[in-house]
Design a protein around this ligand. Structure first.
Ligand code: NAD
Ligand code: ZN
Length: 356
């Protein structure tokens, strides 16, 4: 079992990572609650919901709510139905929401917890690799028809309880997608962590659940340290967007779903590295990282058929834009990220060189 504590200006809470932790939920939760509402999705429920219910068996009020699997559940309708369900149960402020799932369930259930009766306790039980990222840091929310994550709050859980056993059933595509963010945390933190991760994550078939637990702890501590310094993204938290400026544009322009978030980020990180070399005039281990991401099963170049001018246009509307220039997180060296406005002609030039 791996464990550490995250401290933010608003809350200090434990992050526990290990095999089979869903069976020990009650012992890991130090506090008592008046009722427990487990929120999960239709793909996870048949696999793990009974185990979590069983872990809470000694408690009188344990309820569960299953939303359809997928991003579409992060919407107003699902949010309302879940709130309706809790209002009808007549729950009080001492209840606890348990988010059993990936980023979708975590964001949705977290926002329900943040807003129900002006805020009740919640626990993150991540079941995807990507959720090593989304379960930490307190960003919770839902989507609006006009954009992702437009409605939400900063609201921290009581604890993050990460049962690595649940990762064994994760579909291949989701596994890969989450790995990209793990690699990102390695690259932005330090040369030592980058080297360690590269050694421990050689290729996807070779990664055991045990090794994954220690890697996840490292990656989560990177995020925890950044969030501790900058809860609301006014400074260093922006570094977590490494690879995301082009990544988001790729996700959008390829039509959501064709490229996963992590796949977009993988390509975006390589692009950001290429841009960094041009802006800072020094060399970075681009080939090494490209090779690494490729062996992890991630794409390493812009898919054919995507219009480069359109990608630039989309990046321009990214919320990190200042003065008409597009702001990227670049690297001065491994472990040394920096936010940097980059002129459009240089972006186009580097994009032109970045074919499949
Ligand atoms: P997800 O929650 O949709 O899970 C991916 C798929 O895997 C779903 O179909 C789910 O049913 C299935 N699944 C989950 N766990 C499983 C398991 N153990 N076994 C089998 N199937 C399983 O997606 P995600 O990638 O975890 O999260 C994406 C969401 O996270 C996005 O909405 C994104 O906006 C959000 N996000 C939030 C933050 C944050 O800081 N709050 C950060 C990054 C991403
Ligand atoms: Zn991301």
């Amino acid at each position: 079992m791996e464990q550490f504590t995250i401290t933010t200006p608003h809350k200090t809470y434990p992050v526990v990572i290990g095999k089979g932790l869903r069976h020990q939920l009650l012992e890991l939760l130090k506090k008592e609650f008046s009722a427990y509402v487990i929120v999960t999705d239709s793909q996870i429920a048949p696999l793990y919901l009974e185990d979590v219910k069983k872990a809470l068996m000694s408690k009188p009020k344990v309820y569960s709510y299953v939303v359809p699997s997928g991003e579409a559940s992060k919407d107003f309708d699902t949010y309302k139905r879940l709130i309706d369900y809790m209002v009808e149960l007549n729950l009080d402020r001492q209840c606890c929401v348990i988010a059993l799932g990936g980023g979708v369930v975590g964001d949705l259930a977290g926002f329900v917890a943040a807003s129900f009766l002006r805020g009740v306790a919640f626990v993150q039980m991540p079941t995807t690799l990507l959720a090593h990222d989304s379960s930490l840091g307190g960003k919770v929310g839902i989507n609006h028809d006009l954009g992702k994550n437009l409605i939400g709050a900063f609201y921290h859980p009581e604890a993050v309880i990460y049962d690595t056993e649940t990762l064994s059933s994760l579909p291949e595509k989701e596994w890969r997608s989450g790995l990209a963010e793990v690699v990102k945390h390695g690259i932005i933190d330090s040369k030592a962590l980058y080297d360690k991760m590269r050694q421990l994550l050689p290729e996807r078939q070779a990664i055991s659940v045990e090794v994954m637990a220690s890697i996840l702890k490292e990656a989560m501590m990177v995020k925890a340290n950044i969030v501790a310094q900058d809860e609301t993204e006014s400074g260093v938290r922006k570094f977590l967007n490494f690879g995301h400026t082009l990544g988001h544009a790729l996700e959008k322009e390829s039509g959501y779903g064709a490229l996963t978030h992590g796949e977009g980020v993988a390509i975006g990180m390589i692009f950001a590295l290429k841009l960094s070399e041009r802006v800072y005039h020094h060399s970075l281990p681009i080939e090494e990282i490209t090779d690494w991401l490729g062996r992890l099963g991630l794409p390493t170049s812009i898919p054919k058929g995507l219009d480069k001018a359109k990608l630039v246009q989309t990046m321009k509307y990214d919320k990190k834009r200042t003065d008409g220039q597009i702001v990227f997180v670049l690297l001065k060296a491994i472990g040394e990220p920096k936010t940097q406005a980059v002129p459009e002609d240089l972006i186009i030039e580097v994009l032109e060189d970045f074919h499949e």
